[in-house]
Design a protein around this ligand. Sequence first.
Ligand code: AMP
Length: 365
Amino acid sequence: METKTIGIIGGGQLGLMIAEQARRLGVRSVALDPSAEAPAFRVTDERIVAAFDDAAALERLCRRCDAVTYEFENVPGGILEPLCAKYNIPQGYRPLYDSQDRLREKRNARDHGLPTPRFEAVDDEASLLGAVRRLGLPAVLKTRTMGYDGHGQLLLRTETDLGAARPLLSVPCILEEFVPFDFEASVVTVDDGERAVSFPVGRNIHRRGILDLSVVPAAMDDGLRARMVAESQRFMRSCGYRGILAIEYFVRGNEFLFNEMAPRPHNSGHYTIEGCTTNQFRELVRYLTGMPLEEPRLVAPTVMKNILGRDLAAAETVAREEREGLFVHLYGKRESRPDRKMGHITFVGMDLDRYRREWAGRFAE
Ligand code: AMP
């Protein structure tokens, strides 16, 4: 059988894990990233060091590959769209376009039948005051583009916080009602147009706005869980998306509200590598190369702990202990910063209570 090659726009940890699974499936990979030290380059068969807006370099990537995907979310549409017309980028530009702007993203979710928190576009102080009047406080102000891990957002508790909102208003924003959710959860789905497979729903616990733990299965009503998965798959079909899509929800009582989505493997799905019979990266590669999708099953209750720079030394110690059921992934990033994602640890056969009793104390607060 002829060896297939996939291309990955972006060489971060997601690219690294896509390339690892490609290799296991006998698929070659090429990544494009501006940094010569990008984690994925340790594993890919070829590398292209170039900026994400370097149209000629992106074209070179596409020419070398049977199918191309992206792990970097801000590839400019002006460059990606013409490439999608010419080469096999089966997910297309649409899901990226729809997710690159929080206002467009929430409108799109609502238009395709997913409930969202109430929201309004905010462009200046006058529209902020109007939106606050209609949505009430507390509310969350977010920049429409380029926000991630809690950057570019501000919780407005009372009128006195409105002054602090001024710096954010230099760019277009969205104001959302504050949702007093019970917990956050996410669903990762891969859809090849004929069949959709979703990974078991995890509960996501954040620390300082960054994902800290994914706990699987999420302790929740089975009917609610089934509805969340079915609605995610229906939404994907309704939007005409193919490939991989991760959706984050707020869960409150017997309801779930769409928070955001990403058309790429998701941090909350890292647990699938060892916690499931097949994983999000592998199913993405299977989709890209035309292999039939496999239905994932949970191997055992699993906890995934993100390793930030502040946890790195502790994680290295844990790695040396070589414990059974415990899988330490370090991404090999050259520069460590306290809040930078440097790796993750998957604890298979672990629940949240036991994690908190036995492990939480080994990492930074
Ligand atoms: P986001 O980047 O939109 O996922 O926001 C980062 C985190 O801020 C979320 O994971 C939530 O914990 C919190 N958050 C964002 N939007 C809201 C909201 N409308 N209500 C309550 N919490 C929110």
